[in-house]
Design a protein around this ligand. Sequence first.
Ligand SMILES: Cc1ncc(COP(=O)(O)O)c(C=O)c1O
Length: 266
Amino acid sequence: MNDRAFLFADAVYEAIPVYSGTSFLPDRHYARLSRGLGEVSIDFDVAGLSVVCERLLAQNDLVGEEFVVFYVQVTRGVAPRTHAFPTTSVEPTVYAFVGPLARATPEQWDLGTAAITLPDQRWGRADIKCTALLPNVLAQQAAVEAGVADAAFIRDGMVTEGTHNNVFSVIDGVVTTALADRRILHGVTRQFVLELASDLGLPTAERDVAESEFRAADEIFFTGTTTEVRPTVVLDGEPVGSGSPGPITRLLSDAYRAAADRIVAD
Ligand SMILES: Cc1ncc(COP(=O)(O)O)c(C=O)c1O
């Protein structure tokens, strides 16, 4: 119980999607984990983790499962409680699991989902994927209690991201999302969707999005490892655009799923 993850949330983590036994964009996820470890000065080499993932999939009989998450957390390790880093050499603790994920059926996707907005009460380094997620937990609980799928955080009048995903809006035909600075997690799915949009010839923008622009957007969708590309059709009780998943969201979701299907086929 003296693990510093328990005492201080002194840990970083990663969640990697696995489609039918094949990890999707694993290099990007491991690179982010490696960067996060460096940012918080935990000395750990991520090189062996893909083997851990494969072993867990086999041991849990999940190689054939359509959609699985590989979760891995690396903590600073076990040491008597004192805020500063332990002065003796301490081994990082590694905790990992795999588990099946629910994927929206085409019928569910077509219905779209609802979201709310909430103040972003997190610290100033949301770019570090650390396990100190209490503000995210409380916000997602508020979403559940409101009967909606997602919550978009607002900081200083600008939309940042979701509780466990990034958020996009389509504004005047431009696929728009927040800048990848310290206010958001640099989502692997976010970056991949931006690349898909460019491949499809769609204009993209990474910039501050004012809450008022967000509310007036033609389309809104969330992206993430567990979220994939999820259309939001109601925001704070008001319809988004036409009130149905928009054409650009659909194009990007289809392209995302096709890319995931391709890694399985390859
Ligand atoms: C706060 C936050 N933003 C965005 C994301 C999406 O990141 P990714 O697409 O890499 O899963 C996550 C994923 O867990 C997250 O926790």
